[in-house]
Design a binder for this molecule. Structure first.
Ligand SMILES: Cc1cc2nc3c(=O)[nH]c(=O)nc-3n(C[C@H](O)[C@H](O)[C@H](O)COP(=O)(O)O)c2cc1C
Length: 210
């Protein structure tokens, strides 16, 4: 795609990667590096990429205080940078290892805190609390050959993505990482195809039905 003006003219496309691995040199870090390299290769220089580590963001868990049922936002302010990033993103990547068949706790806390968008939508009647539709990708790594966690995590993501105005379009798995290194050439080719598909979506995927 290079620097051609796409169908959306010069409006930048924003990618947001939310990563859930505590390890700086683990498999998820490799997959995220691969995504970042492909984003830079396939998109234009003015299309920014932001990476947020759930472990560094370390947002508090939802305490179900009910604040967001009555008032837009959250009683805790630590989610504001994530809210701003979610509002901006056109392409959302959740990159996570499987921990006990689910998300590591700091990433699960972020997912739970999106309850504020659920309440904004269903209690406060705000049609799209996140205005920008998002094309979403799940990058996931697990140590065993058993992929049951992935199916459960995809279900959780679909639930959350509904209120984030995001659509889960693809999952890329690195399986059995205790024994098998990730197939990075194959990941690279798949990411190229995904990003070319994204680039042909005028203005992103259709908004999630309400
Ligand atoms: C607390 C914990 C729980 C885990 N639970 C599972 C699991 O349920 N299923 C599985 O296949 N691997 C499990 N693993 C293995 C990780 O998913 C695997 O090592 C993955 O590659 C870690 O990602 P990273 O390389 O980015 O750190 C677990 C690892 C840890 C530390």
């Amino acid at each position: 795609m290079g620097t051609e003006a796409g169908p959306q003219g010069l409006e930048p496309k924003h990618a947001l990667v939310v990563t859930g691995s505590p390890r700086r040199r683990g498999v998820i870090a490799e997959l995220v590096d691969c995504f970042a390299a492909q984003w830079r290769a396939e998109m234009r220089p003015e299309d920014p990429l932001r990476i947020i580590s759930a472990y560094e963001a370390a947002v508090k868990p939802c305490i179900y205080c009910g604040y967001c049922k009555h008032t837009r936002g959250c009683v805790y302010e630590d989610f504001l940078p994530l809210d701003q990033a979610f509002q901006q993103a056109d392409f959302l990547v959740v990159a996570s290892p499987v921990f006990c068949l689910g998300f590591p706790a700091p990433l699960k806390a972020i997912l739970d805190r999106t309850q504020q968008y659920y309440e904004a939508k269903f209690s406060l009647g705000i049609k799209n609390p996140i205005v920008r539709p998002k094309y979403a990708l799940f990058l996931v790594a697990f140590g065993s050959p058993d992929s049951r966690g992935v199916a459960m995590m995809e279900e959780q993501l679909r639930l959350v993505f509904h209120v984030l105005n995001a659509r889960l379009k693809h999952t890329i798995m690195a399986r059995h990482t205790d024994k098998v290194p990730p197939d990075l050439p194959n990941v690279k080719t798949t990411l190229q195809e995904i990003l070319r598909d994204f680039a042909t979506c005028r203005g992103g995927p259709p908004a999630v039905e309400t």
